[in-house]
Structure formats: structure tokens, C-alpha cells
Design a protein around this ligand. Sequence first.
Ligand code: NIG
Ligand code: FE
Length: 405
Amino acid sequence: MTKLIKNIGQLLQVRDNTTALRGEEMHKLPLIENAYLVIDKGVIADFGPMSEMPSIEAEIIDAGGRIVMPSWTDSHTHLVFSASRAGEFVDKINGLTYEQIAKRGGGILNSAKKIAEISEDKLYEKSAELLKEVMQYGTGAIEIKSGYGLSLEAELKMLRVIKRLKQNFPIPVKTTFLGAHAVPEKYKNDRKLYIDLIINKMIPVIAHENLADYIDIFCEKGYFTTEETDQILQAGTRYGLKPKVHVNQFNSIGGVQMAVKHHAVSVDHLEVMTEADFDILTNSNTIATVLPACSFFIDIPYAPVKQMIDQNIAVALATDFNPGSTPSFNMNFVVSLACIKQKLTPEQAINAATLNAAAALELADEAGSISKGKKARLIMLKNFIKDYKEIPYYFATNPVDEYFL
Ligand code: NIG
Ligand code: FE
């Protein structure tokens, strides 16, 4: 049935854009005060000021002054995993760094061991439980990566779990194949064999079974080189998998250039940036996705995202939810961190977590803003939040009262 939401205190992000915002545009968050909105068959059919509200046959929802806005898009997560790594969390408290933990066999390889042991059904149950929780925090579209399998069988297990989530949940789920997340123990002395496995076995099977939308690589010292990134992206794009790539988390080794060369939809992390990295992104369509909750949790520098906006780079915010570097799926906290630690204005941060984040999943034509014809995946915020600046201000809270799908 048609729904009419009336007495909306602020209807946020009212714009028709279907591509990522840049520069000056990021400063503005268009809104209507005291508004109504009509949802018909899950689509935004109409909206405007209360003074112009039509009288139509509809289920009436009284917002009573609450804020309504597009749901968050979380464009970078590793939501499918088998067990927490709280032991490593304590190691970190006791002084070890993320890199030191990885060198001791912890980190990604630790999660891979656990994925090998769990059944697909059990993994699905755990992941579905988390995804339900994620939605309660206002995320209305999500990307989920594989990458804790690191063998054909286990990567397929993860990707099939993501496919089931896609089929069973009412929000868009995009899938990324991240076979090149770390070199497994048994290929340590012959990494080329593992790269060959990814290129000649994993990618063709995954493409044939239609199990992924994107391809990702952890392009970083100690993980995968830019040359290996080149080879894997070439193979992936041949099979229709578009690149979204982990680059510049700890070192700038040319990953940005390589990803842009392969027309990456996004490059993600970017805590360490050179002038050349800024320039190449300014002149490309690749979105820079920054992950401040990861910086917060493993205590590393924050990506220089303010400078990126100043240099006209399209930026998005995401959680990076995963058991090692970011055990949080709270997009509202990410938006707060972007303001507090990276000095984005609330307008910039909300733009980066809605419209630009949707663009980072190629969903900006149906999500990310209040626009007639876009999908009505909306959130209504709690009554104590009266102005959009209070969204990042009340940090680490869950502002979501109700969501519409
Ligand atoms: O994005 N940096 C690489 N991958 C993940 C962390 C993976 C893990 O520690 O399990 C990230 O931070
Ligand atoms: Fe990640």
C-alpha cells in the first residue's frame, strides 16, 4: 500500500544526482524543513513541504518532527567471517601492532584457518545474524568481500554465503572476490603458484557461477605487489569483474596508479598518500573510499580526506567491518569519526556516506538521495536528533528509530 510520511522535521539529501559529488558540491546538504514524503511500491513517489501535502489514499505515518534521510550505504565490508579475533585485540592492547600480529600467523591467515573449518550453513547463519544487526544501524545497501578463504573451496564457500544473503535480504548486496587478500602459508615459498591459482582457477569458476560483481586485492608491502595487482586485475576484468582495490593502508607502492589504470570503481583505505596519488585520483572517475573506523581501531593515521575533497576527488566513507582491523559496522560512528578526526563538515561526511557511497557500489541511480524514482530505502531518526549536525555530534550512538525498505 502507498505510504505517506507527514510532519518530517528535516527531509535530508534532497537531490537528483546519480553520480558522486565532488569539491564544492560536497559542502551542501539540500533539505526540506517540515516535509512530507510518499512511498509507492517501494519507490519515492513524491515529497515536498507540508504546506503542499496532497490528500491521497495512503497509510499515514506521522514522523512527529523526526528526521528522514536515505539509509547509509556501506561500500566496504568483510562481514562474512567465522570467529572474532578478540585475542589479537588483547595483543594489541599489550603493545603489538597489526603488522606484528600478522607476522606471527595472526591476522588474515588466522581468519582463513577458521573459515576452512566451518560449514557453509553455519557460516550463513552467523553472517545473516550480523547483517540483520547491520540493518538496524541504518545501512540500506552493502558490499561484502570474500578473502578469508584463500583456497578455491573456501573462497567459493564464502561467495556462496554472500549469494544467499543477497537472495534472502531486502537490501542490495554487492559481492567482491578478494582471493588476493594474503598469501596462504603453504604457498609462502612459491607465491607465483597462488597467483596462478587465482588467475587460472578461481576467477574463471567464480565468473562462470556468477558469484562476484567486483575484484579486490590487498596491494601492500608484505601482501601483493603492484605487478601482481596488475596481473590479477587484468584477469578479473577479462571476466567482467570490476576492480575495487585495497591500497595505501600502510605504504604508497603504486597501487592507486595500477587500480586507476584498470578503471577501478574505487580505491579503498588511502591512509598514506603521495602527491602523485592525489593527482591521479583528481583526474579519474575512481572513487576514494576512506575507512576511519579502521584507523581508530588499529591506531594508524587517518586518510587525508579533507585534502582529497579540496583537490576535487570523489570520496566515500565506509566501515571496513571485519574481525581484525574494524569490528564495527556502525556507519554513524564512521560519519562522526570523519568529522572529529578528519575535519569533514557534517554535510561533507553525510554526502560521503550516502550518495557517494552508493556511487562506490554503482547504485547511485537508485540510492543515496531523496529523489523521485529512487528506491525508498530510508531511515527515520530518533526524536532527540533535531538537526542533521546532531547526527555526527551524538557519536557512537545508533540514531535510527525506524527504517523503510
Ligand atoms: O581492510 N587490509 C586488509 N584487509 C582488512 C583487514 C583484514 C583483517 O585483518 O582481517 C582491512 O583492514
Ligand atoms: Fe578492508
